[in-house]
Design a protein around this ligand. Structure first.
Ligand code: MLT
Length: 203
């Protein structure tokens, strides 16, 4: 029996109470971030779903109208669908729902941020690589006990620095403890990002 509601996914059991929810970028799949998950925390369980939306056959987690312009109705529905999947998977795999940390890259970071804003009960922390402001929620979530690390590229052609800062402020305004780091990089993930996120996760 697979967890319901369903996503194609990989699950790797861990040796600690922590689970990393791995959320790939546009064109990725459920296998992409498994090595990254092991690198960030070799003892954590890994839950890695594949986004259900196809854009020119490239999987994503929600629809967009253009680069950086999101279909907000779809984003909201997909965020709730993903949150329900994580809750069902937690029961199914006997994951501790209080220790789920999202690790998202690009489109995956954007839906992770949307999870924080719309379904804050699902995540205890989040690592967001190259994230944007996904939406402004109608009601402010309670992120008081949530830690967030944001890794941005100072030459990112997709995410301007002002948007990264706006996201940090939005999350801080809801009570999250946010760490923001800028790297000499573009939209691609770098080893410096991974190293800094790994240290933050340990601390
Ligand atoms: C998005 O659609 O989430 C952003 O534009 C990032 C991406 O290119 O996937």
């Amino acid at each position: 029996m697979r967890p319901q509601p369903d996503f194609i996914h990989e699950f790797v059991p861990g040796k600690s109470e922590r689970t990393l929810l791995l959320l790939h970028g546009t064109g990725g799949n459920e296998r992409d971030l498994i090595p990254l998950g092991h690198e960030l925390d070799p003892n954590a369980a890994l839950l890695s779903p594949r986004g259900k939306v196809l854009e020119n056959r490239m999987p994503r987690f929600f629809r967009r109208l253009a680069e950086g312009v999101f279909d907000l109705e779809d984003l909201k529905n997909r965020t709730h669908e993903l949150a329900d999947f994580v809750a069902a998977a937690a029961k199914h795999y006997k994951i501790d729902i209080k220790h789920i940390i999202a690790v998202g890259y690009s489109n995956g970071a954007n839906i992770a941020a949307s999870l924080l804003l719309l379904r804050p009960e699902i995540l205890s922390a989040a690592i967001l690589f190259r994230a944007m402001v996904p939406l402004i929620p109608e009601t402010e979530p309670d992120l008081d006990s949530v830690r967030v690390w944001i890794g941005a590229g100072s030459n990112d052609p997709i995410v301007p620095a002002s948007e990264t800062k706006e996201l940090a402020e939005l999350l801080r305004g809801a009570g999250a403890n946010v760490t923001i780091r800028f790297f000499q990089a573009g939209h691609d993930l770098t080893q410096q990002d991974v190293e800094a996120a790994r240290k933050w996760l340990k601390g």
